[in-house]
Design a protein around this ligand. Structure first.
Ligand code: LRH
Ligand code: MN
Ligand code: MN
Length: 424
């Protein structure tokens, strides 16, 4: 199932006039519309391979049909998203869910769709069939050195797959931790984990980065060995300049001020990447921007402020990725919504008048500072985001095309209704 450029143009046609009017209006009201559009066009968000099928919960999985049956079909699905929104130009793989049998072919296939390989993800939170030692009591933190070595070897194997695919980063998320007081010696767990990460770090090629993802809870519910940004930063600082903290929006304790975390990590030059999603309660992995869009805007506001202060490239100097799971929605529709939400928040944050904000902060004009932020947040930037897509041959209304061209029905016809998606 593919959507050709001319089909997109045909779908755009009837709504083009209305779009042009809406775009002309915003272009005349914001001072930097063209500059924002250029930034939006350059911005790409990686799609995780595991978000293409229905994830479910630990209670049940209600699979939709037509889910990708292999890595090739996952690439095709992301190619389709990218054709529609022109902003999903990368894929993030999880090993062993996505072992490429022929990496050169996989790389060539991705290139055909204009996709590059974002961070590689290792998996030491599940036991795989035939695996000699269990991760029931952790991986890199394990009390048994052979189990730790097995986890190290796995991560190095993931790096090697990544090298063949042209990826340049490894994300390590560890489920390690404990469920009960007394189960674990915190310091020994930290030290074992650190020395394991150091071994993995040694295997990183020169131009690679390592992202240390933290998470406060789940699957362990008493302690997590990389439990928050402070612990992740400790590891990253001890590991060296190629190691960074990765922020997943759903991995915090309730009401954490994520924008402040982002700001300080950037100040330290230690923010490496992002997993976008949204949550009401915990690691819900909901559609980006569906619950707390203002928080997302505030995060982007700090991202831009901090990156600009350090002279960083918005597009390339951080790893941008969605990390989502779907239980009740069509995964591809959800991903279109998520990418749109990210682009909107980015565009709104680009509208913030930073000079005036700094001035208001200096004068302790709290009301003015809040007004400046909310003025940007309350601007309807949808025509800007649509215009950016349009200029790159994308769809003015990606979701509408997805539905009216009956993508899911066609995928079910091609792949069948039985779900075989790998992942969570
Ligand atoms: C853990 C996590 C991590 C995993 C992914 C499947 O909750 O966010 O990034 O790799 O989910
Ligand atoms: Mn994540
Ligand atoms: Mn998560």
């Amino acid at each position: 199932m593919e959507i050709e450029k001319y089909q997109i143009a045909e779908y755009n046609d009837p709504v083009l006039n209305a779009h042009q009017k809406a775009f002309a209006y915003i272009a005349s009201t914001v001072p930097n519309a063209e500059a924002i559009i250029e930034k939006l066009r350059a911005f790409q968000v990686a799609i995780p391979s595991w978000a293409l099928g229905t994830g479910g919960t630990r209670f049940a999985r209600f699979a939709g049909g037509g889910e990708p049956r292999n890595l090739e079909e996952k690439i095709m699905d992301i190619g389709l998203l990218h054709a529609l929104n022109r902003s999903s130009g990368a894929i993030s793989l999880h090993i062993p869910w996505d072992i490429p049998s022929n990496p050169a072919n996989i790389r060539a296939l991705a290139a055909q769709y204009g996709l590059s390989f974002d961070a590689m993800n290792s998996n030491t939170f599940q036991d795989q069939p035939g695996q000699p030692l269990s991760y029931k009591y952790g991986s890199l933190q394990h009390t048994d050195s052979a189990t730790r070595q097995q986890a190290i070897d796995h991560n190095i194997e993931v790096i090697n797959y990544g090298i063949e695919l042209g990826s340049t980063s490894l994300t390590v998320w560890l489920a390690d931790g404990s469920c009960f007081p007394g189960q674990l010696n915190f310091r020994k767990a930290f030290q074992n984990t650190l020395s394991g990460l150091q071994e993995i770090y040694k295997a990183l090629p020169e131009n690679w980065k390592m992202f240390v993802e933290y998470k406060a809870f789940e699957p362990n519910f008493y302690s997590t060995t990389v439990g928050d940004w402070g612990q992740s930063l400790l590891y990253a600082n001890k590991l060296g300049e190629k190691a960074y903290t990765l922020v997943d929006l759903g991995h915090h304790l309730p009401n954490a001020n994520i924008e402040q975390i982002v700001s300080l990590l950037l100040m330290e030059g230690k923010l490496g990447g992002f997993h976008f999603n949204d949550s009401k309660y915990g690691d819900d992995d909901l559609t980006v921007g569906s619950i707390k869009p203002y928080q997302l805007f505030l995060i982007f506001n700090e991202l831009i402020d901090g990156m600009d202060a350090r002279g960083m490239e918005h597009t390339t100097d951080l790893g941008w990725m969605i990390d989502a799971s779907h239980n009740v929605k069509d995964p591809l529709e959800d991903l279109l919504q998520s990418v749109e939400a990210i682009m909107l928040a980015y565009a709104q944050a680009l509208l913030v008048d930073r000079r005036q904000l700094a001035e208001a902060q200096k004068l302790n004009d709290v009301v003015r500072a809040q007004e400046i932020l909310q003025q940007a947040y309350r601007t309807d930037v949808r025509p800007l985001v649509a215009e950016a897509r349009l200029r790159d041959g994308g769809a003015l209304m990606p979701l509408c095309i997805f539905r009216s061209s009956e993508v899911r029905k066609n995928l079910i016809r091609e792949r069948g209704s039985v779900s075989v998606a790998t992942g969570l």
